[in-house]
Write a protein of this length. Structure first.
Length: 340
C-alpha cells in the first residue's frame, strides 16, 4: 500500500507561460474492454495520443497494463509508426502519460463487502452517474470514507505494479460531484499525484447546441460546467497542477475534424487537454456487458480513432502552430496547502 506523501512546496516545470501552445490528446476508459484497449493503443502507435487514464476495476485492466508496458518499450526504442508525425509536431518524445480514471459508476467496487450497499444497485454494481448523484445527495457526508477507500484501492492497483499515476481524473466526471470532489485533495497528497483534470470548458454552445448536438446534451453540458468551475477553484486553491484549458466534457464519441478545429481555435497559450474516447471499430461482445460493463460508445469510438490516426489531424495541428504535449510537463513537487 502506498504511504502518505509529505507536505511539500509545489514548484512547476511546465512551459505553460511560454510562447508555445501544447495540446495533450487524452483517451479515457483504458481497460474497459478489448476493443477500447486496442483502439487506445493504436491511437498511440499510429496516431497522436499522448495520454490515457485507466479504469482499474474494469475487466480489461490487466490486458491494458500489459499493452501499456509493450507500448512504452516500443516508444523508448523509436519503434512506433507515429514517430515521424510526432516529430513534425515537436513532440517532447517524453514518456506517455498514464493516469487513474476513478470510477463509481460502472462495474463493481474493488472494496466489495465494505462499500455501502445504498450506493450500489440490487446486483451489487455501481448504479450509473444519475443514480449515484441522487444517492450522494441523500447520503451527504456519511459515505465519504468508504468512497475514499474505494478510490485508494483503485489507485493501488497501479501502485502494486510499480506504476505511479501521472494524473487523476474520473469516469463520467464523477469527481465534479461535491461529495467526491472533496476527497480528491487527499488522494493527490497521499499518492503524490502531480496533475488533476479541471474540466471547466468554454464555447460549449458552439460545440454542442450549434453543432448538430441535441439540446439535452447542451443542458447537461451547462450543469457540468457549473460543477467544473467549483472544482477548478478548489484545485487552484490547493495548488494542484492542471492544464490551462480542457475540451471534451460533452463530446464523448463526437469529436470530429470540425469540432477539433473549434477546440484548437479556442486553445490559448500553455497546455490544453482534449478528452477523447477512441476504440476499435469492432465492438467487444462478452459476459462483462451483463456485469455493468456495457459500452454505450461502442458504435462511435472508431470515428475518434480515425481522426487521431488521420494525416489531416497532423496538418491541422501544424496550421494552428501547436505542439504535442504531456500532462507530465505540468508535474510539480508537491501541494501548497494541506488537504482537508
Amino acid at each position: 500500500m502506498a504511504s502518505a506523501a509529505p507536505d511539500l512546496v509545489r514548484s512547476c516545470k511546465s512551459d505553460s507561460s511560454g510562447p508555445h501552445r501544447r495540446i495533450v490528446l487524452h483517451a479515457d476508459d483504458f481497460g474497459m474492454n478489448a476493443a477500447v484497449n486496442a483502439g487506445i493503443l493504436q491511437g498511440f502507435t499510429h496516431g497522436l495520443l499522448t495520454s490515457t487514464s485507466i479504469l482499474t476495476n474494469a475487466p480489461g485492466c490487466s490486458a491494458a497494463l500489459a499493452g501499456w508496458k509493450d507500448l512504452a518499450a516500443r516508444f523508448a526504442n523509436g519503434a512506433i509508426p507515429s514517430l515521424t508525425s510526432r516529430r513534425q509536431l515537436a513532440d517532447s518524445l517524453g514518456p506517455f502519460d498514464l493516469g487513474i480514471h476513478l470510477n463509481l459508476t460502472q462495474g463493481r467496487p474493488l472494496t466489495q463487502g465494505k462499500f455501502p450497499r445504498r450506493l450500489l444497485d440490487p446486483q451489487g454494481r455501481f448504479p450509473g452517474i444519475f443514480a449515484l448523484a441522487a444517492r450522494l445527495v441523500v447520503a451527504g457526508r456519511a459515505d465519504r470514507q468508504a468512497i475514499e477507500d474505494e478510490f485508494c484501492a483503485q489507485i493501488e492497483v497501479l501502485a502494486d505494479r510499480g506504476l505511479s499515476p501521472t494524473h487523476l481524473n474520473a469516469h463520467q466526471y464523477v469527481d465534479l460531484l461535491p461529495p467526491v470532489s472533496a476527497i480528491v485533495p487527499r488522494l493527490l497528497r497521499r499518492y503524490s499525484i502531480p496533475v488533476v483534470r479541471t474540466p471547466w470548458e468554454t464555447r460549449l454552445t458552439q460545440t454542442t447546441l450549434l453543432h448538430r448536438f441535441e439540446p439535452a446534451n447542451w443542458c447537461l453540458a451547462q450543469i457540468k460546467r457549473l460543477l467544473a468551475f467549483r472544482h477548478r477553484v478548489q484545485m487552484q486553491r490547493l495548488g494542484a497542477a492542471h492544464p490551462n484549458v480542457y475540451f471534451g466534457t460533452s463530446h464523448a464519441g463526437r469529436i470530429s475534424f470540425d469540432v477539433m478545429q473549434i477546440f484548437l481555435a479556442a486553445a490559448g497559450p500553455g497546455v490544453t487537454e482534449i478528452g477523447m474516447h477512441p476504440g476499435s471499430d469492432v465492438p467487444t461482445v462478452s459476459a462483462d456487458a451483463d456485469d455493468g460493463w456495457s459500452d454505450p460508445l461502442a458504435a462511435v469510438r472508431g470515428r475518434e480513432l480515425s481522426l487521431l490516426t488521420s494525416p489531416d489531424l497532423v496538418r491541422l495541428l501544424e496550421e494552428h502552430q501547436v505542439r504535442l504535449g504531456r500532462l507530465g510537463d505540468l508535474a510539480c513537487r508537491g501541494i501548497t496547502r494541506a488537504a482537508a
